[in-house]
Design a protein around this ligand. Structure first.
Ligand code: PEP
Ligand code: CO
Length: 449
């Protein structure tokens, strides 16, 4: 790919999962309004994240990426946003303790509003309508009116992303994410969950370590007062992404300023298509989801196109094979990257290869399959002399019932109780904490070997 890149050069390529709006001129109008709005993030933050991801690729930090499969506009409310921060913060504390490394927190939030779909339409009874593609594009209710793509939603989504991020930044600035004060970010029902005692003893150890460090240093350690959060989302809707792709003073190149860390989905990563074309030209660190269909050769070509300068922290490969498939798929890909002498950040998404449907038609995932893929991922990387430097989850700080299993042994028949996700099933609060604790056990086991 040697041709000139521009924020709109993707428009010359075939683009999957794009939206056919009823009026192109209405889309153009929204695009120009969007591109005049101030950005959501800055290039400084983006560059800082890139250097941290580079450290994770070297094994010096660890990436925790997580959040909803699909954010909804209705959930743009203070309790939901605070719960998203709390669960990431709590998991990160457990992981810091487990891997003895700083943890990078990247939410699937403030822009995770657009979904790739496997079918253009959805049928219920006799009625067939356009499929729901996320709140950025159409509405969830099953009427023709609601399912019609509406470009104004791009503006509503951008505003909600801005409101979400504003609240996150204020909470962090105000001391909510102060590691000295775990009580600020305790989630209400932690006290009666099966993992409460272990979690609290980890928090106590960390508090003791902080006090010890501070008494040795003779001062507060400022970084501990404000844990940082980065935003990430699938960069699926290319006009939305393009509208905030900008040059900034005193830096070269173009930044996508809707988010710190956009990723390309598994369905849209074809080498000569629009998403790869768009992503290759931005300066952000980027992720690529890779599933069982990719070959080592394709992966190497993608790496060459997306990271031609071999820039540390530039590229995160988020693999998502499924517990049954990872042993077959991953080793050859690691080998291909090693033969090419490339450094990438490897991150395991143990969610998207493990989706099943219950007898009564609910999408679900088994906790045990998720854990098993993750355990395999750690083991395969270790055997290959590679580093698994991050994990990627669909999770929520709320008490939903979408995935089965875990310490409470949720069954298929329990799922209807509190199933809220519009798209993929998420680990609930307790399952997410349990997952973090089990990863920690594994890391501790390795260290003591
Ligand atoms: C997702 O992350 O919600 C998603 C659709 O993932 P993938 O591209 O890996 O299927
Ligand atoms: Co998903």
């Amino acid at each position: 790919m040697t041709h000139e890149w521009s924020p709109s050069s993707w428009r010359t390529k075939p683009a999957r999962q794009q939206v056919a709006y009823p009026s192109e001129s209405a889309v153009a109008d929204v695009f120009s309004r969007l591109s005049r709005l101030p950005p959501l993030v800055t290039s400084w933050e983006i560059e800082t994240l890139k250097s941290e991801l580079a450290a994770a690729a070297r094994g010096e930090m660890f990436l925790l990426q997580g959040g909803d499969c699909c954010e909804s506009f209705d959930d743009c409310q203070s309790p939901n946003i605070a719960a998203k921060l709390k669960i990431l913060l709590q998991m990160s504390v457990v992981l810091i303790y487990g891997c003895r490394k700083p943890v990078i927190r990247a939410g699937r939030f403030a822009g995770q509003f657009a979904k790739p779909r496997s079918s253009e339409t959805e049928t219920r009874g006799d009625a067939t309508l356009p499929v729901y593609r996320g709140d950025l594009i159409n509405r969830r209710a099953f009427t023709l009116e609601d399912r019609r793509p509406d470009p104004e939603l791009l503006l509503r989504g951008y505003e909600r992303a801005g409101l979400t991020l504003n609240f996150i930044r204020s909470l962090v600035e105000g001391g909510f994410a102060d590691l000295h004060h775990p009580e600020y970010w305790d989630l209400g029902f932690v006290s009666h969950s099966p993992q409460a005692a272990e979690y609290h003893s980890i928090v106590q150890s960390i508090s003791d370590a902080i006090s010890l460090m501070e008494s040795v240093a003779g001062a507060d350690i400022r970084q501990l007062k404000r844990a940082e959060f980065y935003t990430s989302h699938e960069g699926l809707h290319l006009p939305y992404e393009e509208s905030q792709t900008r040059q900034v003073p005193r830096r070269t190149g173009w930044y996508n300023l809707t988010t710190h860390f956009p990723w390309i989905g598994d369905r849209t990563r074809a080498l000569d298509e629009a998403h790869v074309e768009y992503f290759r030209g931005i300066r952000n660190p980027i992720g690529v989801k890779i599933g069982p269909s990719i070959t080592g050769q394709e992966l190497v070509q993608l790496i060459r196109v997306l990271d031609p300068e071999q820039e540390p922290g530039r590229l995160t490969l988020i693999h998502r094979f499924g517990a049954d498939q990872i042993a077959e798929s991953l080793p050859a890909l690691i080998e291909a990257v090693q033969n090419e002498q490339r450094t990438v950040l490897w991150c395991c998404d143990p969610m998207h290869g493990n989706t099943t449907t219950t007898a009564d038609g609910l999408k679900t995932r088994r906790f045990e399959s998720i854990l098993s893929e993750l355990e395999e991922a750690f083991a395969i990387h270790e055997r290959a002399g590679s580093i698994l430097g991050g994990v990627h989850f669909e999770l929520t700080g709320e008490n939903v019932t979408e995935c089965t299993g875990g310490a409470r042994g949720l069954k298929d028949s329990d799922l209807r109780e509190a199933y809220k996700s519009a798209v993929d099933p998420r680990l609930n609060y307790e399952q997410a904490m349990e997952m973090a604790l089990l990863i920690t056990h594994r890391m501790n086991r390795n260290r003591s070997r």
